[in-house]
Write a protein that binds this ligand. Sequence first.
Ligand code: SF4
Length: 302
Amino acid sequence: MDKKVLIENILSLKERYNAVILAHLYQNSDVQDIADFVGDSLELSRKAQAAEGDVIVFCGVRFMAETAKILNPGKTVLLPDADAGCPMADMISAEDLVNLKDAHPNAAVICYVNSGAEIKALSDISCTSSNAVKVAASIEEKEIIFVPDKNLGRYVSTFFPDKRFILFEGFCPTHNKIKLSDLESVRAVRPNTPILVHPECLPEVVQKADFVGSTAQIINYVAKSDKEEFVIGTESGVIHSLSKLCPTKKFYSLGNAMICPNMKKTTLESVYHALDKMQYKIELDADIAKKASVSLNRMLSL
Ligand code: SF4
């Protein structure tokens, strides 16, 4: 189908089914451009919770669509590509977390939203990369089990030297592959260009960056900065939003392939088929969803 026709059909189906399209900043640019709202995990969670339509088409990966369903259970939530998962979320099982909790019975559990519903159900509170430090500050316990991202967990732990963090060994394959040598090579070529990285990157990369923040925080930093060029150390999809917001500024990707293949599975075609066939509906065990909502709502109420 011709792209223009495809977009017209998506918009007409969206109206027919009273649907809202939410897209993550790592999505393909075509998909970002037809979305009603584009944002990071925290912003999308809030939008999903407040969504008023009957249907939410979630252009992202499975844990994000699950989060939308948990926060707004009365809506039909569609994930356009059934195989769009998150390798980091899949690294931890419920059994892994139960074992960690048994080994550290006095610890509170923080789970990064990049995790399945079962993990959220077993956790005290969720966090995103935007609010992880704030979430950790709200914990009274001296011990914190942080799952599943060891890099984000380690970054957060540097703000709380008086607390003991027990980290799970998960990581994001896309962010984890940026090496310190990548950062040093860019800095040698562009010594005056700020390097902005996501806290899912390796600790040595985070330590040498000029700014560390979630995708939304990186966008905010660029928008407020009087610099004209930036090196972006997160998934390359964010450069589309940055270029739209700041068309005169220049952006360079840190590392060669900052692409999350799962985030790129959603296409205009799959969004069209999602609305046309009402696929793929997110269905969750009611008990798990209820417990997971406690951990998510605790985060959102901060
Ligand atoms: S960028 Fe990393 S954390 Fe995000 S969905 Fe892809 S693999 Fe998961």
